[in-house]
Design a protein around this ligand. Structure first.
Ligand code: GRF
Length: 208
């Protein structure tokens, strides 16, 4: 059973807060061992400190390249004996060196229904602008295993929100963020209990 979670953050940390709340409510059968940010002074770090969770800043500016940045993050995860890495509002690309150290043990939450509206440039308000411009009637959030490719990996869970005529990128973002906070703790619980198998890009829960 996976027990110790390492959370990677870059900003406000509302998804981190949802995971903290999930641990403290008993929903998530584990503990957050460390919160790692690529930026100092972000509110996510304050959220962690408010709950007496150790924090570490790994600044890419202190690393010569993305491989060394990823190795520095990996070193912190190993130091804190992390079993499961959760990217929560983490805005940096990581190198396969971290993915290979944690095969199907890194999760990310993306504010759209992957594989649509994912990949290069699809972050923050850009995602919601593209959703509205596309005429899509639904958007939502996706929790997926992280692979060496951006926003591509076996999907653990998704939840939809409706997109109506009056919606703006901001209003869609707000609806999606609410759903993110619901599905991320549930996804972490599912993965920690290891009641699934992966077949290609599919995460299957059936016992058969
Ligand atoms: C959220 O929209 C999330 O989908 C994306 O980063 C944004 C901020 O997340 N990954 P948080 O409030 O820092 O958790």
């Amino acid at each position: 059973m996976l027990k110790r979670i390492g959370v990677l953050v870059s900003g406000g940390g509302s998804n981190l807060q949802a995971l903290i709340d999930g641990v403290e409510s008993g929903l998530i059968p584990g503990e957050i061992a460390v919160v790692i940010s690529n930026k100092p002074g972000v509110y996510a770090l304050e959220r962690a400190s408010n709950h007496r969770i150790p924090t570490v800043v790994v600044n890419p500016r202190d690393c010569p390249n993305v491989v060394e940045f990823s190795k520095a993050i990996l070193a912190v995860c190993q130091e804190y004996q992390v079993d499961l890495v959760c990217m929560a509002g983490f805005m940096r690309i990581i190198d396969r060196v971290l993915v290979e150290a944690y095969p199907n043990r890194i999760l990310n939450i993306h504010p759209a229904l992957l594989p649509a509206f994912g990949g290069k440039g699809m972050y923050g308000h850009h995602v919601h602008e593209a959703v509205i411009a596309s005429g899509a009637k639904f958007s939502g959030a996706t929790v997926h295993f992280v692979t060496a490719e951006t926003d591509i990996g076996p999907i653990v869970t998704q939840e939809i929100v409706s997109v109506v005529d009056q919606d703006t990128p901001e209003s869609v973002a707000a609806k999606v963020l609410q759903v993110e906070h619901q599905i991320y703790p549930q996804a972490v619980k599912l993965v920690m209990e290891e009641q699934f198998r992966i077949e290609g890009m599919r995460v299957l829960y059936s016992k058969s």
